[in-house]
Design a protein around this ligand. Structure first.
Ligand SMILES: Nc1ncnc2c1ncn2[C@@H]1O[C@H](COP(=O)(O)OP(=O)(O)OP(=O)(O)O)[C@@H](O)[C@H]1O
Ligand SMILES: [Mg+2]
Length: 370
């Protein structure tokens, strides 16, 4: 048996304290490496900043110490959402629930589960528009919802958290650079309809130039678009989320003081499966889900104006029911909307269902604040 195999064998006795299963069987042991004078052990926690980290560290040291290595270095990182989802599926619902409740009761106000510090609150209603899947209409729904809330009389802003694929500024046809107040406070740029916008595209000199950044820079930019901007005075700040459930999404969910998330789906089965991951992520991070909107659900037949459901009827409604989440409505495919987005003229679009959706969101938030 090599030295590394021996260490792995010893680590099999270390259990995750909540799940009562070996960290090796749970796939939490990422790497064991013998280096001159030490052994390096890399562990993937199920949740970033897991409160059980100290217990694990102690148990690992205890298990490996008898093998006589001079120094034992334990490095912690966390599973990505896909690995976590795979693990949860393997464990089944009952055991997975234990992962969801890690740190429950121990997270203080202003902290995400696991003790991550959230940025300070600036607006009464900070809402992420999320999906898990790309191209389902997050940005166009964010824009239309923002305009509908504005029509209800609220001051509304949009933070475009899609750093590498920003589209909010383009959809609204806004190109001006944000003014800077004081040393480094960005003033969001108003669109024609009066919705204030901040997007990476307004901060780079050429909107077509790619932003080729790694995770930490992207995460830093998202935090800055919130922390270093004058969002105070807005009643609603909507966050247009990047596609996927990876690093950038996690940053928004963990570090912005969100009051809720709206999930956008479309009726194809594969999309539904991926959107469920987004719902799971919001649940893990204890972000209340304010509702699901199904986009691209049907077309209106030109002569009869009757809806024709291209991919079968209202799958998101069933998904909402399954999760006990409000279903906010389904949206038609409208060529004029696609054109308006391409031409930067979303302000010219007014789809009546968004009036109802905006009213429902406002009522839900009002009830929550009482
Ligand atoms: N209901 C609709 N009818 C017609 N076109 C739509 C509709 N919803 C969205 N689109 C168009 O589909 C494309 C994708 O929409 P959008 O950019 O809003 O999606 P997204 O989820 O934000 O995408 P990404 O994941 O890339 O950020 C856009 O060109 C948009 O104009
Ligand atoms: Mg988008």
């Amino acid at each position: 048996m090599s030295g590394e195999d021996e260490i792995i064998e010893a680590l099999k006795s270390v259990q995750d304290p909540e799940l009562n299963m070996s960290i090796v069987d749970l796939g939490m042991l990422k790497k064991v490496e013998l280096v001159p004078g030490a052994v390096n052990i890399n562990i993937d926690l199920t949740i970033e900043g897991c409160p059980l980290k100290d217990t694990l560290q102690r148990d690992i040291n205890k298990a490996v110490a008898p093998l006589g290595h001079r120094k034992i270095n334990v490095y912690f990182s966390s599973m990505n959402p896909q690995q976590l989802e795979a693990l949860k599926q393997r464990l089944g619902a009952e055991r997975s629930a234990k992962i969801n409740s890690y740190g429950k009761g121990s997270s203080k106000p202003g902290e995400a589960p696991g003790g991550i510090n959230r940025l300070a609150k600036k607006v009464p209603n900070l809402i992420a528009v999320s999906s898990g899947k790309g191209g389902v209409g997050k940005s166009s729904v964010t824009a239309q919802l923002a305009m509908a809330l504005k029509r209800e009389g609220y001051q509304v802003g949009i933070l475009d958290a899609d750093i590498t694929g920003p589209s909010i500024a383009r959809i609204f046809g806004v190109t001006e650079r944000p003014l800077v107040e004081g040393k480094d406070t960005l003033i969001p740029v108003p669109s024609k309809s009066g919705v204030d916008i901040l997007s990476m595209n307004l901060l780079i000199s050429d909107e077509k130039a790619p932003v080729i950044w790694r995770g930490p820079l992207i995460n830093g930019a998202i935090r800055q678009l919130y922390a270093n901007a004058k969002w105070e005075g807005h009643d609603y700040l909507l966050v247009d989320m990047p596609p996927g459930t990876s690093d950038a999404t996690l940053t928004v969910f963990q570090s912005l003081p969100l009051d809720g998330a709206i999930i956008v789906s479309s009726p194809q089965a594969l999309v539904g499966m991926i959107v469920e991951k987004s719902i799971g992520m919001a649940n893990i991070l204890k972000i209340p889900i304010l509702g699901i909107i199904e986009n691209l659900a049907y077309i209106e037949l030109p002569d009869t104006k009757k809806p024709f459901y291209l991919f079968g009827s209202l799958k998101a409604e069933a998904m909402a029911k399954r999760h006990g989440i409000p279903f906010l409505g389904s949206l038609a495919i409208r060529p004029e909307l696609a054109d308006a987005c391409d031409l930067g003229k979303i302000d010219s679009i007014d789809v009546p269902i968004f009036h109802e959706i905006a009213k429902r969101i406002a009522e839900t938030r009002l009830a929550a604040s009482k």
